[in-house]
Ligand binder design. Structure first.
Ligand code: GRF
Length: 190
């Protein structure tokens, strides 16, 4: 599932195509139209569905639509690859310990509501942290609070800006996410 440029989604596609990730990508579910992730799906023959929360009068209705789609796709595992909408409880209940998210900080620091994109890296720099990184975790009903599966760290130099830090972290995300998905699947009976 994605809401943006989809470079993490691309990392999953690449790992699947080069055989290091043994999965079948059932589809991309996008939270809005006109995003890079959809173009990437189309370029790789992956079906893309847009399910936008603003088209539904309640979180429950949005959740039910998501759930219908996920069941139609016979989904085993959901991966949030830059997905900015809170996953409705009905979906979390239907996929216990089967939803992974990647976040661009070393959770539990710099996570939770409002911490996404550049805001994360700006906060890390302002806090004068010497390290940062990314986290893959299981999703529960609170933003960025589920059990942590894997982390990767990067150094934060004096000269770093939020943009340069974002670039360093994103490179690690692209390595960590496919690897963690594979290890997670090896460890479960999926
Ligand atoms: C990544 O930094 C990810 O950690 C966060 O949103 C960003 C998505 O980037 N959840 P992309 O759309 O995968 O390029």
């Amino acid at each position: 599932m994605a809401s943006g440029s989809g470079s993490n989604f691309q990392a999953i596609i690449d790992a699947t195509e080069n055989g290091t990730l043994q999965i079948r990508i059932a589809a991309l579910i996008a939270s809005k139209t006109g995003i890079g992730a959809i173009e990437r799906a189309e370029k790789h023959g992956i079906s893309a569905k847009v399910i936008s929360p603003k088209d539904f009068e309640s979180e429950e209705a949005f959740g039910r639509k998501l759930l219908d789609e996920l069941h139609l796709l016979q989904t085993d595992l959901i991966v949030l690859a830059g997905y900015l909408i809170k996953i409705p409880p009905v979906v979390i209940a239907a996929f216990p310990n089967r939803i992974l998210n990647i976040h661009p900080s070393l959770l539990p620091d710099f996570g939770g509501k409002g911490y996404y994109g550049m805001k994360v890296h700006r906060a890390v720099i302002e806090a004068k942290k010497k390290i940062s990184g990314c986290t893959v975790h299981l999703v529960n009903e609170e933003f960025d609070k589920g059990p942590i599966l894997a982390q990767s760290i990067v150094s934060v130099e004096e000269s770093d800006t939020p943009e340069s830090l974002a670039e360093k972290v994103l490179k690690q995300e692209h390595l960590l996410l496919p690897k963690t998905i594979q290890l997670f699947l090896n460890d479960t009976e999926l």
